[in-house]
Design a protein around this ligand. Structure first.
Ligand code: ZN
Length: 200
């Protein structure tokens, strides 16, 4: 496609196109929108990005992203320190927090085991999790991992490693989504829901 703008604007479009969910067309639209709203949007965005570059750190304890380490979640005294929720990614941590699902501490693995992609235990923060789980104050480790082959492989691997830690290891329930209709569920979800039925 021939360039319609100078190299600076083309560069902006190319960078925006690397964001998840934005293809080249949306990136062009976003760039144009930013340029039109230079004062209102582009300048504050540039400032926020600069601040983020300077201040954002990965929490040395749990792997969360924050502007301090240990992070806000790790030092919050109102959180239940006896429970560690293990997630693959910071996005999963944010999703659980959005849902207000649990008031515990977290551990971000940095991905899931994936032999096909060459991701082994050494690429994840599994050692740090095992050492945290051996803390006498920790009673439960909740494996909040994806219901995919990689997610469940990782869950089994961690469960084996935690066998001699004095903690209860749990995982998320698999089953009927809230508001879900049985007729529309795939067979895997339906059979998991039957297997994991609970007392009414
Ligand atoms: Zn933390």
């Amino acid at each position: 496609m021939p360039a319609v703008a100078g190299p600076e604007i083309e560069r902006l479009i190319q960078l925006l196109a690397r964001l998840p969910g934005l293809g080249p067309r949306s990136a062009r639209r976003a760039a144009l929108h930013l340029i039109k709203k230079r004062e209102l949007l582009m300048a504050p965005l540039a400032g926020a990005l600069q601040t983020a570059i300077e201040k954002i750190v990965v929490c040395a304890s749990c792997g969360n992203i924050d502007t301090q380490s240990p992070c806000t979640a790790c030092i919050d005294p109102r959180r239940d320190g006896s429970v560690i929720v293990v997630v693959a990614d910071v996005a999963d941590l944010w999703a659980l927090e959005r849902a207000g699902a649990i008031n515990a501490r977290y551990h971000v693995l940095g991905g899931t085991l994936s032999p096909l992609d060459g991701i082994g235990p050494g690429d994840l923060t599994i050692d740090a999790l095992v050492s945290r789980a051996h803390d006498a104050a920790v009673h439960e480790v909740i494996l909040a991992l994806n219901a995919t082959v990689d997610g469940q492989t990782t869950a089994h691997y961690i469960t084996d490693l935690l066998r001699d830690a004095n903690v209860k290891v749990t995982r998320l329930a698999h089953g009927v989504p809230v508001g879900g209709e049985l007729d529309y569920l795939d067979e895997g979800t339906l059979s998991a829901a039957i297997r994991q039925r609970t007392a009414f």
